[in-house]
Design a protein. Structure first.
Length: 280
């Protein structure tokens, strides 16, 4: 049985729960405990603070875990990212008071910065920095006079505006959720099963199957429009010079692809009917 860490709160919590449930895992957070046994799949889930997960996975105490890329980078964990996940997107930005003359990130390199991510900030500036390290409510530090600026994860920016702050420059770091694994545990069967299931579910969420018939002379063109993940499935129809084609296509492109197929196939049928009627 392997050990897998999951976020116990925050914006990664619900999407992670939904993803693992869709993958067939019993990973719902118990009411009073921090662990959940999924004996059917050979996994014990641990519900931990997202910022602590990289430490547990990096040290091999936990075999794998889902958390933000920013937390893993800040912890300088040796945990290996094995799979990006399509949620938890965020950006880490610097902010200063509205009345500050500062207009660029470079102007902050000698300032006192309040943040929960000192390692990421120093990695950006590539020099020792003067920090006030806080666990939360970073935006209040400037008005309290303990810092000149802040670096924090920014969503809509509403909290910054309410605190009288404005963003300076481009984001210092961009993050999203990811599955991390201890370097010594990447070959475990249960870990690979977890990776395959998540990958399969992500593909299923991003693609859809389309099926259509087309004449033989348009088969090559049709297959170029719908190449599938590896290749389309093509079956010859009985008694006709037509083929049935099945292919996976990106959901966001499905309508435009079907429009192109309709135009190509309908035009071929229309021409064939016209030729039959005129005897050409």
């Amino acid at each position: 049985m392997i050990k897998v860490a999951l976020p116990n709160k925050g914006m990664l919590f619900e999407p992670t729960q939904e993803l693992l449930k869709a993958c067939g895992y019993k990973a719902s957070k118990p009411y009073k405990t921090l662990t959940q046994f999924d004996t059917k799949n050979g996994i014990e889930f641990f519900f931990l603070r997202p910022s602590d997960i990289p430490m547990y996975v990096g040290r091999g105490i936990i075999d794998a875990g889902i958390t933000g890329i920013d937390f893993n980078a800040e912890a300088k964990s040796p945990a290996v990212k094995v799979l990006d996940l399509p949620y938890g997107a965020s950006k880490m930005c610097a902010a200063v008071p509205n009345e500050s003359p500062v207009q660029s990130l470079d102007e902050l390199k000698n300032s006192t910065i309040a943040t929960s991510f000192p390692n990421i900030v120093e990695g950006y500036y590539k020099k020792p920095m003067d920090f006030v390290v806080l666990e939360g409510a970073v935006e209040i530090s400037v008005s309290l006079g303990v810092a000149d600026a802040i670096v924090d994860v920014v969503g809509t920016g509403t909290t910054l505006k309410q605190a009288g702050l404005r963003i300076v420059g481009e984001p210092l770091f961009r993050s999203n959720a990811a599955l991390f694994c201890n370097p010594q545990k990447t070959e475990l069967e249960e870990v690979n099963t977890l990776i395959r299931r998540i990958e399969g579910k992500l593909v299923a969420q991003s693609y859809m199957m389309i099926e259509y018939d087309c004449p033989a002379e348009l088969l090559q063109k049709a297959c170029e429009l719908t190449p599938g993940l590896d290749a389309p499935t093509v079956t010859k129809l009985h008694g006709r010079e037509w083929y049935s084609v099945k292919a996976m296509v990106p959901q966001e492109e499905a309508n435009s692809i079907m429009d192109k197929l309709w135009d190509a196939i309908f035009e071929a049928v229309r021409i064939r009917v016209f030729q039959g009627l005129t005897g050409l």
